[in-house]
Design a protein around this ligand. Structure first.
Ligand code: VG1
Ligand code: CO
Length: 443
């Protein structure tokens, strides 16, 4: 018999989930009294009380600093709120796609994922808590708004303080936690070690994932880079090489708004339905549940299908390996053939991380006014503020330019897009307004 205690607390006003869960500095979770407890209670409060007794909740994370403390709190708070069955990863570890898969397989009511994804971990890094629903996908805005509303009025939470779960079972495992202090982010900047290893020419295929295994980067021999917007287009164009799609057929394709139009070209040529969604995987889930979507991707290294309701880095790499096995060509040959057949969308993304929030908001507001000016009609440059940062604001600038002139399709994207980048920086006055001289990361 364990004791249930009700603890008086003060609500916080800043527990609004972003693009993918609540992400804050570890210190925010550690130093503010009941900060994590409040948010966990708010999540559990959205689960219908009548369902809790029979419900299963899946819990897992990417192993970063503070994860184990958070899992103990989830166990204690879930039990005190009448959740009867938790499924937790060994040592607490489960990738985001694995949690999505387990929720679906076990018909769980949902899952809590302890990760700040590609953001750095460690005591001075970031921590994050995501909530996924019974479809296996990230909670839609209706539910995240409800969680936020509850958090803003929370006066107490329920907890079984003596309950302790031993997460370490049989066997011995060693792994480096907190990603060696680096960004666990699969892109050319943060996965430079892999890029350099590939440049040696010793390997034909390289792949990297983020902290929670939902993002992926694909590289060919000599470090040949596959842009994520192209990656999903290649999978779409080679859909018959993938055993899963042979079985299920292809219901439709989708990409997030800032992702390049490479997938659109494939959809048009192969007469498949294409959908455009806002940024964030939760928006694909609705289409999948409606039986309208089989394959989708985001420019931010996210690729996946309707086998689960999250992006799945490992699945994407296996899809590429299936294509390589069928076509018996190199990554570079496959990519070049693709551009010759469909034309090429030159794409780049500039990230300006942790800029002053007020300057960023002001810039976005002024841009909106400018865009409604008739002289801007017909030009396509996208600016967004990130919803996954933990401090200040992150500005993202996306540029996409289609080219089907065979003389030009093999050029360097940064060279091809330089004139458009110039226009974007001029129009937005981004550098002047933020005091930056260049982006933190270029994709
Ligand atoms: C970013 C990406 C978005 C992705 C989200 C969650 O969001 O741009 O495409 O779905 O991260 O991915 P934002 O709002 O910062 O641009 V993960 O792997 O961080 O859960
Ligand atoms: Co991730």
């Amino acid at each position: 018999m364990v004791n249930i205690t009700t603890v008086k607390t003060k609500p916080y006003t800043d527990q609004k989930p972003g693009t993918s869960g609540l992400r804050k500095r570890v210190t925010v979770f550690q130093q503010n009294q009941h900060y994590a407890e409040n948010f966990i209670q708010s999540i559990i409060s959205v689960i219908d009380a009548a369902e809790r007794q029979t419900a299963t909740l899946v819990v897992g994370g990417d192993g970063r600093f503070f994860m184990k403390d958070a899992i103990q709190l989830i166990v204690q708070i879930a039990a005190a709120n009448g959740i009867n069955h938790l499924v937790i990863g060994h040592n607490g570890i489960m990738s985001t796609p694995a949690v999505s898969c387990v929720i679906r397989k076990m018909k769980a009511v949902g899952g809590i994922i302890l990760t700040a994804s590609h953001n750095p971990g460690g005591p001075s890094g970031d921590f994050g808590i995501k909530y996924n629903i019974s479809s296996g996908g990230p909670a839609p805005e209706g539910i995240t708004n409800k969680i936020f509303e509850i958090s803003k009025g929370l006066q107490e939470y329920h907890i079984c303080p003596e309950l302790k779960v031993d997460l370490a079972t049989i066997g011995k495992q060693t792994f480096e936690e907190d990603f060696g202090g680096h960004h666990p982010d699969p892109n050319l900047t943060y996965a430079a070690d892999l890029v350099n290893t590939m440049k040696s020419g010793d390997y034909d295929f390289g792949a990297a994932f983020d902290g929670d295994g939902d993002r992926n980067m694909v590289l060919g021999k000599h470090g040949f880079f596959v842009n994520p917007s192209d990656s999903v287009a290649v999978i779409g164009a080679n859909i018959t090489s993938i055993p899963y799609f042979k079985k299920t057929g292809v219901k439709g394709l989708a990409r997030s708004m800032p992702t390049s139009g490479a997938l659109d070209n494939v959809a048009k040529a192969l007469k498949m339905q294409l959908y455009e969604t806002p940024t964030g995987w939760k928006f694909f889930g609705n289409l999948m549940d409606a039986g309208k979507l089989s394959l989708c991707g985001e420019e931010s290294f996210g690729t996946g299908s309707d086998h689960i309701r999250e992006k799945d880095g490992l699945w994407a790499v296996l899809a590429w390996l299936s294509i390589l096995a069928t076509r018996k060509q190199s990554v570079e040959e496959i990519m070049k053939d693709h551009w010759q057949k469909f034309g090429r969308n030159f794409f780049t993304r500039y990230d300006y991380e942790e800029v002053d929030s007020d300057s960023a908001n002001k810039m976005m507001k002024d841009l909106e006014t400018q865009m409604s000016d008739p002289s801007f009609v017909g030009k396509q440059i996208i600016f967004r503020l990130s919803g996954t940062g933990s401090a200040g604001a992150t500005i993202r600038l996306y540029i996409d330019s289609y080219e089907n002139d065979a003389q030009k399709i093999f050029q360097d994207p940064q060279v091809m897009l330089a004139p458009l980048v110039d226009i974007a920086l001029k129009v937005s006055q981004l550098h002047e307004r933020t005091g930056r001289t260049g982006p933190t990361v270029i994709t």
